[in-house]
Write a protein that binds this ligand. Structure first.
Ligand code: CP
Ligand code: NVA
Length: 328
């Protein structure tokens, strides 16, 4: 099957109809290709003109539970749904994790009586899974140790904006084989986008995620490649990186020190990747640690699309929430 047979959008199609009603989103692997297409189509329509969607989530209540810090996720999940008429409540869980005071099951069974949707950023994926199992309302993963699905949706939406289509698209990720890398790999495999993960030895993406991505890639034709060499980033349309120590991994700082330096995305690497032509696009989920995984000359260059990614978090998440919560 050719690459990116995946998403076909009919630009003259009537206004989209909700198609993920009441569903959870804990992992990219829960989405089908048409569902990703629907989210992207709705995000594009909302970005162009939000007017037809105004008030579409009126009367809906969303709670955002955050065990970890956030700028982009918190703001986009608050400001975005408010534009659609929803009420959003932020609940700070940084001082007491979900499950400490009462079980995630009981927690979810309380929340479902009051709110229409739970958005949660947690340390452990199992907490999300337990809440999703017991809550009758949808649970959306706003980042956990395993995945960051809303980020990957915004990233691929942004990449397509810049490339025009996914046809023949190639994305390289360099750094830690972490939550962001996992969701990107799964989504690229699903959409027929070639994906190369370049990590130090011992920091590769999890086997189960690679296995799932390879399974989807069999259908879409995406090439999924794992490498330890920064040279493997050659020939890609975009190069993505993320922090070397994720939230919750501070205790690993000592074993990570000195391991990642050769994986820094800097001008020298970009010149090497594109000796005669233009650099690949530069992507980062943010926050960036300037001088560590990326240098100023790259992140501030015209090839950097990091703030487009940040903006699109809001459009893609609004589209997701609309598909999950809007009344048909
Ligand atoms: N990219 C992202 O999730 O940013 P925050 O941690 O600021 O939410
Ligand atoms: N991998 C990073 C992503 C931050 C948005 C973390 O989990 O901290």
């Amino acid at each position: 099957m050719p690459h990116s047979a995946a998403i076909v959008e009919n630009k003259s199609a009537p206004a989209p109809r909700p198609m993920l009603s009441g569903r959870d989103l804990l992992s990219i692997s829960q989405l089908s290709v048409p569902e990703v297409g629907a989210i992207f189509a709705t995000a594009g329509a909302m970005k162009q003109d939000l007017t037809p969607f105004a008030g579409s989530l009126a009367g809906r209540s969303i709670i955002g539970l955050f065990e970890k810090p956030s700028l982009r996720t918190r703001v986009t999940f608050e400001v975005g749904p408010q534009k659609l008429g929803a009420y959003v409540m932020y609940y700070d869980h940084s001082k007491q994790r979900i499950g400490e005071r009462e079980s995630p099951k009981d927690y979810a069974k309380n929340l479902e009586r009051w709110v229409d949707c739970i958005v949660a950023r947690v340390y452990e994926h199992r907490v999300l899974a337990e809440m999703a199992e017991h809550a009758s309302v949808p649970v959306i993963n706003a980042l956990c140790d395993l995945e960051h699905p809303c980020q990957a949706l915004a990233d691929l939406f942004t990449l397509r904006e810049h490339l025009g289509s996914f046809e023949g698209a190639r994305l390289a990720y360099m750094g830690d084989g972490n939550n962001v890398c996992h969701s990107l790999m799964l989504l690229c495999a699903k959409l027929g986008v070639d994906f190369t993960a370049i990590t130090p030895k011992g920091f590769e993406p999890q086997f189960s995620v690679v296995r799932d991505a390879l399974s989807d890639a069999k259908t879409t034709g995406a090439r999924i490649t794992l490498s330890h060499s920064p040279d493997a980033a050659a020939g890609h349309h975009a190069l993505y990186t993320d922090c070397w120590v994720s939230m919750g991994q501070d205790h690993q700082k000592a074993i990570r020190d000195g391991v990642f330096e050769q994986y820094q995305v800097n001008e020298e690497l970009m010149q090497k990747l594109a000796p005669t032509g233009q650099w690949p696009l530069f992507m980062h989920c943010l926050p960036a640690h300037r001088g560590e995984e990326v240098t100023d000359d790259v992140i501030d260059s015209p090839r950097s699309i990091v703030f487009d990614q940040a903006e699109n978090r809001m459009w893609v998440q609004n589209a997701l929430l609309w598909h999950v919560l809007a009344r048909a």
